[in-house]
Design a protein around this ligand. Sequence first.
Ligand SMILES: Nc1nc2c(ncn2[C@@H]2O[C@H](COP(=O)(O)OP(=O)(O)OP(=O)(O)O)[C@@H](O)[C@H]2O)c(=O)[nH]1
Length: 295
Amino acid sequence: MADNSYRAGFACFVGRPNAGKSTLTNAIIGQKIAITSNKPQTTRHIIRAVLHRPESQLVLVDTPGLHRPRTLLGERLNDLVRATWSEVDVIGLCIPANEPVGKGDTFIAGEIAALKATVVAVVTKTDLVDKETLAKQLLAVTALGEFADVVPVSAVANSQLDTLVDVMVGHLPKSPQLYPDDMLTDEPEHVLVGEMIREAALEGVRDELPHSIAVLIQEIIPEDGLTKVYADIYIERQSQKAIMIGARGARLKEVGTKARLQIQELLGTKVYLDLHVRVAKDWQRDPRQLRRLGF
Ligand SMILES: Nc1nc2c(ncn2[C@@H]2O[C@H](COP(=O)(O)OP(=O)(O)OP(=O)(O)O)[C@@H](O)[C@H]2O)c(=O)[nH]1
């Protein structure tokens, strides 16, 4: 009977930076929840999304990429990634179709092989390669480890996403429903709003700046049809402030407009956004500052 076949559990996508994990998560959920960017290492918060189907519930957890830690923040991120990996039922190891399998992939495949989770290899960005290249990549990926399945997908072309979900659900344990039907994510609103501001603030800045940006939401005040959001953008050095704000505040204004539109979409109300840029000297190396900024 239906009750006996119900499956539910946790899954996450792992892979080297830029492998397409966040984009894939977004595409599967069909709504902008995890934050994507073409700069590596921008996913900082674990964000769960719950995918409801009549016979199953797949809880997706979004993790940052594992990387060589250079700062305290880097170390904390890696701990966070490993803690998540050890708690999930299914892991999707993402490897882009358009880049050769490399040391980074081998390292991650080795790390997850020891876990209890079932590992599914996901070859991402298949829209970027021809059939022959894809076939070769599927072989290379298969040789990388013991995978329960290997699934090629394209988040951008919306190809094979249902197949991937079916495969992942198939590896979930039999379990009663874990979350109520109407729940999409258990992430507090302010984290999602903060990430949207961070994403807007990252756009178009020099390569070394992304790591130096953090967003702290001071307050979210819902009023009749309007939500007031007060937030601070933190950077590490005084010299970065000018870049962030731009000539006569033009850049910050752009960031605010972009973020506001996104937040309006998320919250479904009009949004008033109050943004300030502040300097928290070397916050990535300071445990006290890291805690304050939510790491
Ligand atoms: N053409 C194409 N590009 C994609 C696809 N999926 C992701 N990308 C692009 O690849 C880049 C990285 O994607 P993300 O989803 O941010 O990658 P990530 O693995 O979450 O990256 P980190 O947060 O750095 O770990 C972005 O520029 C995406 O637009 C895809 O299916 N097709």
